[in-house]
Design a protein around this ligand. Structure first.
Ligand code: DBV
Length: 261
């Protein structure tokens, strides 16, 4: 790979999540996205994991774009064979629109798959913000939820950042899970993204004081995600702690850099 901008396609060999990213990129094309600047050292990064006797190559790539209504769309893509395969996709709306975040965390590790999909509220206590989304998200959630095992509890402090339509499952490695991922999980991903895109189409600008409230909520969410990023350990092992910290703050969860107080 030799990508020079974030908008060029990411194609990782044998990457389990390639169809998911390809679908998202295709859907987003309708909005005529432009490049979201990503420093060259984060566009692509090669590393290694495993033992000295049996090293495993790691490739981490970032796809990103922006549109009028979407401040930043970014996909963190990790392919490390049996050691790890990850697609973490977050869509960060502009605070001028009353929109949730789109969040997908699709993670395959030697211990199994961790799969999370949600339209995450900027402020879970703001009924004006949540209700119109949740009314439309819950039927989709209900459609897919019974077809996947429950992922178990999430920390209480994380609760405000999730919707009641948080689809969250853990699956063991194996052929049965591969089948579930390419059928149920893929269709759920398509449905969550489809609803999100509809909300983006419909969104109209909000007044200034509401925009300021939305920005505050976005900051809380983004700081929480940066602080608690569950990938910190994995990325540090693959690419070093210094690169990882910079990647988290300068690319993955970069709102504070663009909207300093
Ligand atoms: N998670 C990220 C980014 C990742 C990433 C940027 C670049 O936010 C991967 C990669 N998530 C990732 C990895 C793990 C998890 C776990 C590697 C496994 C960590 C490990 O076991 O070592 C959903 N992701 C998780 C967990 C949750 C989520 C609840 C379990 C945390 C734990 O057990 O400690 N992340 C969470 C979530 C969204 C999200 C709901 C959005 C829908 O992105």
């Amino acid at each position: 790979m030799n990508r020079t901008t974030s908008l060029e396609p990411v194609n990782l060999a044998n990457w389990r999540w390639q169809p998911f990213l390809d679908h998202a990129v295709e859907v987003l094309e309708e909005f005529n996205p432009t490049i979201y600047p990503v420093p060259e050292q984060f566009l692509e990064r090669a590393g290694a994991t495993g033992s000295r006797a049996q090293p495993v190559a790691v490739h981490t790539a970032t796809w990103a774009c922006q549109t009028d209504k979407l401040r930043q769309v970014r996909a963190a893509c990790v392919e490390a064979g049996a050691a790890a395969s990850v697609l973490n996709l977050v869509i960060n709306p502009s605070c001028r629109f009353d929109l949730p975040f789109f969040g997908a965390d699709l993670v395959s590790l030697p211990s199994g798959h961790l799969l999370a999909l949600d339209l995450q509220p900027v402020d879970s206590g703001d009924v004006l913000h949540t209700q119109p989304v949740w009314n439309r998200l819950l039927p989709i959630f209900q459609r897919w939820k019974p077809r996947l095992p429950d992922g178990g509890p999430i920390p209480a402090e994380a609760q405000p950042y999730f919707s009641p339509g948080f689809l969250w499952t853990r699956l063991p490695l194996g052929a049965a899970s591969d089948e579930l991922i390419s059928s149920v999980v893929f269709q759920a991903f398509v449905d969550y993204l489809k609803l999100y895109v509809q909300l983006v189409y419909e969104a109209v600008p909000v007044v200034d004081h509401r925009s300021a409230l939305l920005l505050d909520g976005q900051r809380r969410y983004t700081r929480y995600r940066a602080e608690k990023d569950p990938a910190r350990g994995m990325l540090s092992r693959f690419h070093g702690a210094e690169w990882t910290e910079a990647y988290i703050h300068e690319v993955l969860f970069d709102l504070d850099r663009h909207h300093p107080e």
